[in-house]
Design a protein. Sequence first.
Length: 110
Amino acid sequence: MISTAFAEAGSAAAGQPDALIPNILLIGGMLIFFYFLLWRPQSKQRKAHAELMQGLGKGDEVIMSGGILGKIHQIDEVYAVLEIANNVNIKIQKSNIVSALPKGTLKEIQ
């Protein structure tokens, strides 16, 4: 008697397609939610940073992720040499550069 009750309850739940549609809509809604709140903004930010890295050149004034301001003295594919004061140069990874400053922001490196 107990085994027949479980068999009937299992077959009734498996045969209801009405419960499947809301679940699919819920999962689809969550994917759309994550796309617009996480994936898309992160992709835009990554693209903007890649464009910044491509546009850097000698003489550009930049800010590093640690807050250090400097002028690019030398640059290659992976590294850049920043002049942070007169005759004070540091070698950094280009990926640590957060943003470029407008020309003339650093009036005189001291």
